[in-house]
Design a binder for this molecule. Structure first.
Ligand SMILES: [Zn+2]
Length: 75
């Protein structure tokens, strides 16, 4: 039985093999790089643009989803 996936909120701690959920609903699993650097702060950016910073599985910082600009950027 899989545990319910929890949203990555400030101060919430996740286990190394646990998925975390972005506010947008997308779920993520820590990759090998994160597990190898578990003791330092690591930032993850969801595809929606929201950033999560983890340290030892604890959410220590959040970066809000960037405001959607009016489409005016030329790639
Ligand atoms: Zn997201």
């Amino acid at each position: 039985m899989a545990d319910a996936v929890r949203e990555a909120r400030l101060g919430v701690q996740f286990g190394a093999t646990e998925h975390f959920m972005c506010r947008c609903g997308e779920t993520h699993l820590f990759d090998g790089y994160v597990l190898a650097h578990w003791d330092i702060e690591l930032s993850h950016t969801c595809s929606c643009g929201r950033g999560h910073t983890f340290k030892k599985g604890i959410v220590v910082a959040l970066k809000p989803t960037p405001a959607k600009k009016k489409v005016s950027e030329n790639a």
